[in-house]
Design a protein around this ligand. Structure first.
Ligand code: AMP
Ligand code: MG
Length: 406
């Protein structure tokens, strides 16, 4: 049985090339740039005053207090000012171009206007270049200001607007289809017979995808027979990624693997030393990727985060889409049978001087209700059978870790 790391290695070496699309710049929010954004002009485009005050020659006011003649006023957007000569001051506002001949701006608080529009006393000296942002000091025309691979947030949108980009190239989002399998399943708006349960995985997985900014097509429930599975799979293979839940175990009615063979999908792994989620299958057909996730609700959730997210995130152009990890102190003794890396539900908080990991009651990999109270999982290494209270363990944060409250 391959390890989680080996499975991930196989997965990542089988990724198709990410797609690229051109979108209006405001639609690039939360996407990944597929091109460098280059400055189309110098910013600032002129020597810019950082505050309200008087543009002066630093040399003229070296022995301040000094009286100067006011020869004009310049405001932001009020045209380019005329030149400043020795012994003169020009009133200037924040964001306005500094007149030629001036090499500093003294803030208004350090100036006393003696005769409005005529004479000003500068109370304190300034050094040359003070309170002036030189032309091109934030970006030189032609320089790369945002690199390909950079995620777009509000500041990046502002940069695009600054340089007049009306549209930009971003990595595309793969199309994704999901279906559930199982004769026992009914939908959330149906009443289960005594031997039935409601399908929860399809909705859990759709939500996990939505957290990644991807809307999946839900194809419904396939019954446990080859023909129905085959039909749904053919439909799902019209998308870039197909995610199937259930039917991958070794039970008499688990036909997903058989149908993978029938449809000539190349199975790249079919069993991983992970708990929960051992029967996870990953297959390819050309550029299509297919994930067969186990039916147990937590198994489906965990294997999505461990395998589907890293693959999908990279297809969206992310360089490191994996859930963040950190370390914390375990607050209870824990026992597990060794052999598989276990991801166990926990509530993780910052207390006193570090992250503390409170393991949550874990009935089985079916217990999604117990899992709903977790904000993280902690990792139980596969070569261990006991972790003692106080040990430092590795934590994998769930996507909404920072907004979850207890
Ligand atoms: P399977 O992987 O098909 O053997 O299913 C394993 C367990 O998960 C069984 O108890 C199934 O009833 C349950 N299960 C399978 N699919 C789903 C689903 N979509 N929603 C909730 N439970 C499921
Ligand atoms: Mg089943």
């Amino acid at each position: 049985m391959i390890s989680v790391e080996e499975a991930l290695g196989i997965l990542l070496s089988n990724l198709p090339e990410p797609k690229v699309e051109q979108v209006p710049f405001q639609s690039a929010l939360a996407r990944i740039l597929a091109e460098d954004i280059v400055a189309t002009s110098d910013i600032p485009p002129f020597y810019r005053s950082a505050l309200d005050g008087f543009a002066v020659r630093a040399a003229d006011i070296r022995n301040a207090p000094v009286e100067l003649k006011i020869t004009g006023e310049v405001r932001a957007g009020g045209g380019m000012p005329g030149a400043l000569h020795p012994g003169e001051a020009i009133a200037i506002m924040t964001g306005a171009p500094v007149p030629e001949g001036a090499d500093a701006v003294q803030m208004i608080e350090q100036c006393q206007v003696l005769d409005p529009g005529k004479r000003v006393k500068i109370l304190v000296p300034v050094s040359s270049r003070e309170n002036i942002a030189p032309k091109g000091s934030e970006a030189k025309a032609g320089s790369v200001v945002l690199e390909r691979g950079h995620r777009v947030g509000p500041a990046e949108i502002a940069v695009m607007a600054t340089f007049g980009y009306s549209s930009v190239k971003v990595f595309g989002k793969p199309s994704v289809a999901i279906f559930a399998t199982g004769d026992e399943l009914v939908e959330f708006d149906e009443t289960p017979e005594p031997d039935q349960i409601r399908n929860s995985n399809a909705y859990c997985l759709s939500s996990q995808l939505r957290y990644m900014g991807i809307e999946a097509d839900y194809l419904g429930i396939a019954r446990d027979n080859k023909e129905e599975l085959r039909q749904k799979m053919l439909l799902g293979l019209q998308r870039d990624i197909l995610i199937i839940t259930g039917g991958v175990s070794m039970g008499e009615y688990d036909f997903v693997r058989d149908v993978f063979h029938d449809l000539e999908l190349e199975i790249l792994f079919s069993k991983v030393a992970i708990k929960p989620g051992k029967p996870t299958v990953f297959a390819r057909r050309g550029q299509n990727m297919v994930f067969g996730l186990p039916g147990n609700p937590i198994s489906a959730l965990i294997t999505f985060e461990c395998f589907v997210r890293p693959a999908l995130g990279r297809l969206c152009g992310m360089t490191n889409p994996d859930l963040p990890r950190m370390k914390g102190e375990l607050l209870a003794n824990m026992r597990q049978s060794p052999g598989r890396t276990a991801f166990l539900p926990a509530w993780v908080t910052w207390q006193d001087d570090g992250w503390k990991v409170e393991p949550l009651l874990w009935k089985s990999s079916a217990d999604i209700i117990g899992f709903a109270h977790a904000n993280a999982t902690f990792i139980f290494p596969k070569n261990r059978d006991f972790l003692s209270r106080g040990e430092i363990v590795e934590i994998m944060l769930l996507p909404d870790f920072f907004v979850r409250q207890r």
